[in-house]
Design a protein around this ligand. Structure first.
Ligand SMILES: [Zn+2]
Length: 363
């Protein structure tokens, strides 16, 4: 099971083992590389006059990531805004890690991208979709949070000229062993979409540096985009972006739609209050980090909020009563959420992490 958002979740019994404990992967990758090389050599042998150019092409091709082939289309959100919607699934080589959303805004002074998707080839596809709509320069990428499915495409957008802004809460994570191990695991699970060429990109500009938590307003030719630190919620570093002109709010993973949220190490109490605070802007449309657009923000926040409240209530009661997690989990009636996508993959870990959090809150 690939768990792209995971940073350091301990596994309760019955959950999948942490993927980087696998030892088989280097051989699998070597096998794929050898198969590729053999195919190129066989083609060369069939046409001896082409041997040298083909070998040169093979050498070049081996350094190029495979182009993403998933279905991706840029859907209009509002005037000058589009988004791409990833699948409601765990990241895998089969879905090419296209499991999160990204968006772009064409301002009078260039393009601002929200999140970079979960691999360089996906970001290349996103870039091609941007180029179909505007030739204006890329100015910024706003990173809503530093989970793998939102940042592994950054290198492509940076190379295309964008500067990257994120919350300072990402800084420590990006420099950590956890981030390095996560990337190594992804190079295994998501190969060839994430490979040795994929790297962690350090943002160019930080919000929240030295405790300065003021909103950053990017005013690009009279279209102000307000970027606010809304964490700690889903992660310590959550940023949300509000386009005042259109009333579109980009929420990152503070809002999940159409699937069970990924809770990880989140501070769910603050997450719930961040959901409520977001509505003070009276957004017209929400672009969530996962799932479809919302034209009814207050109603569509409800799934994330209700789920978090339910987890806190059920696991909080168990923690207060010193009831073991396994018993509490087994006796909880999950039927309200059990039909949602990713329930089986995410709910147990979410409940376990919330149980630990509630134990801690109760201390
Ligand atoms: Zn995500």
């Amino acid at each position: 099971m690939n768990d792209p958002d995971s940073r350091r979740s301990p596994a309760p019994s019955g959950a999948a083992a942490t993927p980087w404990t696998s030892r088989a992967w280097p051989w699998a990758r070597l096998h794929v590389r050898l198969a590729r090389a053999a195919a190129v050599l066989a083609a060369a042998a069939r046409s001896s006059s082409l041997v040298v150019p083909l070998l040169l092409a093979a050498a070049t091709a081996s350094a190029q990531p495979a182009p993403a082939t998933v279905r991706m289309s840029a859907e209009p959100v509002a005037d000058g805004i589009w988004f791409v919607q990833g699948e409601s699934a765990m990241g895998s080589a089969a879905n090419q890690n296209f499991i999160s959303n990204a968006a772009f805004i064409a301002t009078p002074e260039g393009v601002v991208v929200i999140d970079a998707l979960g691999s360089p080839p996906l970001a290349e596809r996103l870039l091609a979709l941007i180029r179909e709509r505007t030739r204006a320069p890329l100015r910024w990428v706003v990173v809503t949070h530093c989970h793998a499915d939102h940042i592994y495409g950054l290198q492509v957008l940076q190379a295309a000229g964008a500067r990257i802004v994120a919350h300072a809460g990402c800084r420590e994570y990006l420099a950590s062993d956890t981030a390095r191990l996560r990337l190594e695991a992804s190079r295994e699970e998501l190969f060839p979409w994430v490979d040795e060429e994929t790297r962690l990109v350090v943002p160019d500009r930080w919000i929240g540096d030295k405790g300065d938590e003021a909103d950053l307003v990017l005013d690009l030719g009279g279209r102000p985009l307000r970027i606010r630190h809304a964490g700690p919620a889903h992660t310590p570093e959550d940023l949300i972006v509000f386009d005042e002109k259109s009333g579109v709010l980009f929420t990152g993973d503070i809002v999940f739609r159409g699937r069970v949220p990924f809770v990880g190490q989140a501070d769910s109490r603050r997450w719930i209050s961040a959901l409520d605070r977001m509505l003070q802007w009276q957004p017209r449309i929400l672009v969530p980090g996962h799932g479809p657009l919302s034209h009814h923000p207050a109603e569509d926040l409800a799934l994330t909020r209700d789920y978090l409240k339910f987890l806190r209530q059920a696991m909080g009661e168990a923690a207060r009563n010193l009831e073991p997690f396994e018993e509490a989990y087994a006796r909880t009636d999950w039927s309200r959420f059990a039909a949602l996508p990713l329930f089986a993959a995410a709910n147990r870990m979410n409940a376990y992490n919330t149980y630990l959090l509630m134990e801690h809150e109760g201390e």
